[in-house]
Write a protein that binds this ligand. Sequence first.
Ligand SMILES: [Zn+2]
Length: 302
Amino acid sequence: MSFASETKEELCRDELSRRCCAQAEAYGVLLFCSRSTGDGVRIVTESAAFARRLPLLFKKAFRLRFDGQPAEPWEGAGKRVFTVEDRDKLSQIWETFGSDPRETVAHHINFAVLEEEHCRTAFFRGAFLAGGSVTDPAKRYHLELATSHYSVSREMSALLVDAGFAPKETTRKSNYITYFKQSEAIEDFLTAIGAPLSAMAVMNAKAEKAVVGGVNRRVNCDAANLDKAVEAAQEQIEAIRRLEARGALEDLPPKLRATAELRVEHPELTLAQLSELMDPPVTKSCLNHRLRKLLELERKGG
Ligand SMILES: [Zn+2]
């Protein structure tokens, strides 16, 4: 099951308690479903959980049944279509929200029916169930609400801003999209509309990415340090070879000479490893000091 389907299933566990909220949720469904005009309503969903909820939702909100709905059982994949075509039913539905069914081509959100916060939350939930989707957070952060009504999209954004969100807007084919790209906004939205488990899944995905990111950063950092060590070793070895070519190695004090020989013998070792190989062993800083001395002698032509 996709992450979006799981989220919708979680949302559908929410009981239909208040009638005002059932109406608000149905309002969200109507404004974000495939088609809703005065001539007919058509709700298409792939979510089995939402398909089970819809008849109950419309019964609670409007005390009516769909004219067309899929045959049970609704388990498994596939699209499920719910329709209302009966004039009286359509009038009743639209009048609930103060709109005339003959003038519902260009819908607007009637804010008056969403004054209470519980109703607004239910409206968001309905919009998400009918026209929303959320991407698996392991892949990327994206949650969107799509509607074919321009004004509804603008007004939905305004409602979301009012609720403390900062949604973005775009268009896709003939749909107007309101969306979030930030994980925090997605978490907050899912929690608000009744999907705290899905919100937690987003949080967990983010934590996992942070851990993997941290490991990568550390590996990169180690690699960078290693590069520096290799570069330094090469510089030391070249200097020692030049000293050797000039016959200057023999004239060096025994400790410096032993250091030079060991460096050339073990070009791959770090300073710490090399200092342990010295006989007798020396500290890393002592070895570093000796190598710098060799570089200095080479520069002075010694
Ligand atoms: Zn309510």
